[in-house]
Design a binder for this molecule. Structure first.
Ligand SMILES: NC(=O)c1ccc[n+]([C@@H]2O[C@H](COP(=O)([O-])OP(=O)(O)OC[C@H]3O[C@@H](n4cnc5c(N)ncnc54)[C@H](O)[C@@H]3O)[C@@H](O)[C@H]2O)c1
Length: 427
């Protein structure tokens, strides 16, 4: 249920944390938060959509302290600049903030998080929009480079909270050097991403987009719409972590034989009689469908290149919901032209930054490779939406708010004790 936000700010001043909590945040004026606006300022700001970097909404939670809690434990304030924010992020983040304030962890003061929603991506030009914030919240195409981190540091930012799992866009070494903590959401509905991979696979195989366009046009012919049975086919799963494991199980449900490649075996999966771990080249040679579920790292960049694509079974279907940089686009295009690759379902694209998550419908795309792929009848592209389910958004928001609250509570780990999962760098 959505929380309601009364217009009056709480009367109790925010908590001043004791000096014994070195990284806990100092309190600030709650009245200032309320003055920045709530839902009404969101409406005003939204009428200005299209202007990059505009503040869409401000504090969401400062005024929903219950009387009992207000009397006992006043909230600690935390200001957060939320870059690359969209309507679908705002609701779940506001709700998670409201929950954090209404149901504080026992023995901890509640945290009142002021969210400054920004349309802009984070980069060297927009970093200044985080002025006055202790933390920034970023997404997959925000550029968290050394230069940006340096600028954030000078503004007093102490935490970069990624509202995603992948962190290839963050210079972690620079963050460590500068003493800026980096947290991510290591897991949020692996089902969302795995199911989207399956959606791409099915839509491509059964030519659903083409079929739908055809019947809308009054053309009920079936020529050119022949697919294949998934039953009995071999599916290669590259990366058998959380998402790859869910995808493998769904493919098993279709009656597929599943091959898997991962330097770290998933022991639960390895016990399944229907799945076989093998070397990557074997997976390439034997699979009718190959689906990528590994992170983008310097080692995995262009994992599928001219050489590895050349090893694939002729006519293979490729699915990529991992990261665009896992596939060398030029090699993929060459293979689509020659028929080496029969079809490709892509939720990610190596040059997606600056294109995805924005409306370019009134302009000419200048990326020739993307334009070519979009024209191809056997390519289906979605704009990095595999994560986009209600459940995933709620989990992303809840863990992000937990990570932010840790800063307010002085619970951010030191550099030496980050866990590598939720905490990628400490203070
Ligand atoms: N499209 C989207 O919306 C979306 C959403 C979430 C995650 N993702 C991507 O999916 C990736 C996988 O997510 P996850 O939650 O399953 O991560 P995970 O960490 O649970 O699993 C990743 C697996 O990949 C394996 N791996 C690493 N290098 C490999 C290699 N060279 N070959 C084969 N396997 C390798 C790891 O050992 C691990 O088991 C993320 O890194 C992210 O980039 C995309």
């Amino acid at each position: 249920m959505r929380a309601e936000f009364p217009t009056q700010p709480p009367t109790q001043p925010p908590t001043q944390l004791p000096a014994t909590a070195p990284s806990a945040l100092p309190s600030r004026d709650v009245g200032r938060s309320a003055a920045l606006g709530g839902e009404s300022s969101l409406a005003e700001a939204e009428s200005l959509r299209g202007l990059r970097g505009i503040i869409l909404s401000s504090p969401v939670a400062a005024s929903i302290v219950t009387p009992q809690k207000r009397a006992s434990t006043p909230p600690v304030l935390l200001s957060v600049a939320v870059f690359d924010s969209h309507k679908y992020d705002c609701g779940p983040l506001k709700e998670a903030c409201a929950k954090a304030l209404q149901n504080p962890q026992c023995d901890k003061p509640p945290v009142s998080i002021e969210l400054r929603f920004l349309e802009s991506h984070l980069d060297v030009h927009s970093a200044a929009l985080a002025k006055g914030c202790e933390a920034v919240c970023v997404f997959v195409n925000d550029k968290v480079s050394a230069e940006v981190l340096q600028e954030l540091k000078s503004l007093g930012v102490r935490l970069v909270a990624l509202r995603c799992a992948g962190y290839n866009n963050v210079d972690l070494q620079a963050a460590k050097r500068l003493g800026i903590a980096v947290a991510r959401v290591p897991e949020y509905s692996p089902h969302a991403v795995a199911e989207h991979a399956v959606a791409l696979l099915l839509a491509l195989n059964r030519k659903l987009v083409r079929a739908s366009q055809r019947v809308r046009d009054g053309n009920f012919l079936l020529e050119g719409l022949v697919g294949f049975d998934l039953f009995g086919k071999t599916v290669g799963v590259v990366g058998t972590g959380k998402i790859g494991a869910v995808f493998a199980r769904i493919m098993h449900g279709f009656g597929c034989r599943v091959l898997a490649s991962d330097p770290v075996r998933n022991e639960a999966l390895a016990k399944e009689p229907w799945l076989q771990y093998c070397e990557f080249p074997v997976l390439l040679e034997q699979s009718d469908i190959v689906s990528l579920h590994l992170p983008l790292t310097p080692e995995s960049w262009h994992l599928l290149n001219a050489d590895s694509i050349g090893r694939l079974k002729r006519g293979v279907m490729l699915i990529n919901t991992g990261r665009g940089g896992l596939i060398e686009t030029e090699a993929l295009i060459a293979a689509l032209k020659s028929g080496g690759v029969g079809a490709a379902g892509l939720d990610v694209y190596e040059e997606e930054e600056g294109v995805f998550f924005a409306d370019h419908s009134g302009t000419v795309l200048t990326d020739d490779k993307l334009t070519w792929l979009l024209m191809c009848p056997n390519v289906l592209i979605t704009a990095h939406q595999a994560f986009l389910t209600q459940e995933a958004l709620q989990q992303l928001a809840a863990v992000t708010v937990r990570n932010l609250s840790a800063l307010a509570h002085g619970e951010v780990p030191g550099q030496g004790c980050v866990d590598g999962q939720r905490w990628l760098a400490g203070l």
